[in-house]
Every structure is written in C-alpha cells, then in structure tokens.
Write a protein that binds this ligand. Sequence first.
Ligand code: C5P
Length: 205
Amino acid sequence: MIIAVDGPAASGKGTIARALARHYGLPHLDTGLLYRAVAATVRAMHLDPTREADAVAACSFDDSLLADPVLRDDETGKLASVVSVHPLVRAALLQRQKRFANQPGGAILDGRDIGTVIAPDADAKLFVKASPQVRARRRHNELAANGSDVSFEQVLADIRARDERDSGRATAPLTQAADAAALDTSSLTIEAAVARAIQFVDAQV
Ligand code: C5P
C-alpha cells in the first residue's frame, strides 16, 4: 500500500503522515527534509540558492545531514522553497523518492508533489489543508515556545510567500491531485484530524 500525503506548510500533513505510518505499520519519508538538506548544504557551502547549478551541486549531501536539527528551523524551510523551484534539483531527488515509494510492502510519503509526481498511482491520497491564519497561528505558537519573538504578522507573511512560491512554480507545483481526498484541519484537533485521515485512507484502499 502506498499512501501519498500532500499539503502546504504547517497544514498538519507531517503529523498526520507520521500517525498514519504508525497505524498502518508503513515506513515513512518526510520528503521536505530532502529539500531542506539541499538548502542547508547551499548555505554551508555559501552557494547562491537562486542559481540552479549551485542548488544542484548541493544535492549530493551526506545522508547523516537528514537527522540534523538545523533542517527543522524556519530559515531552512524558507530556503528549501527557493531551491525546490529548480527542475534539476527536483530531478536529482526524484529517483530516491520513487524508490522509497515503491519498496516492497508499501510506504507513506508526505510533501508537495507526492500524489501528482512521485507516486501518481498511490493507493490512497490525502491533501491536507488549513487556512493561512490557522497555519500561521500554529507556526507562531511553535516559534514562541522555542523562544522566538517573531510577530504573528511576519509568520503569516512568510506562510503566504511560501504558499505562493510552492503553488506558483512551473515544475511540480503544490496542487491537489484530482483523485486526492481533501482534509481541512483548520478547526480539528490533531486526534480528530488523524481519525478523519484514517477514515479517508480506509475508504480509498
Ligand atoms: O514540508 P516542508 O516545509 O519541510 O518543505 C520545505 C520546502 O520544500 C517546501 O516549502 C517546498 O518548497 C519544498 N518541498 C517540495 N516538494 C516536496 C516537499 C517539500 O518542493 N515534496
């Protein structure tokens, strides 16, 4: 069984994908981490993230980087959405994601283009969404809990900018696959969102 989970930043897709992986006993790949690793490598090597050749050079990162906490920070997320625009960066990461999706026994992947590009034949597809305000509120609470004093307005502006870049790019833009079930988490608790996601998957397989 292959499960594809897509959605914008802070929609809850990562939390839902991890819970589904536990529920169905499937290996899980957070594909955003791959783009975050490219971003962190671009930064470490002082490369220009807007230059495709520079971003491609950063795609041969060491796998140990995937466990580095630096990948989780907001700056790396923003930079990831800049490097992920380049078609050659997406191509460099494609086979690895397809291999993970097609491993014997199945898998669950979350990202922006899983249901549309990486695993178009997935058995179940979810598109997780929430309003920009709700997503900014979640992200702002998270940042404040970690001691950041960034304003809510700034976080909301960042979320909108990231949405625009991810949805507006020419290659593999963030979009709901025609056969994906939409799950709006705006007014759901994590538990309720996970329960709904399991219902959606069970109904599709
Ligand atoms: O999901 P996460 O916030 O970690 O992703 C960081 C960035 O990586 C996204 O904003 C997006 O630009 C890019 N990404 C992508 N395709 C994916 C996963 C992430 O373009 N499958």
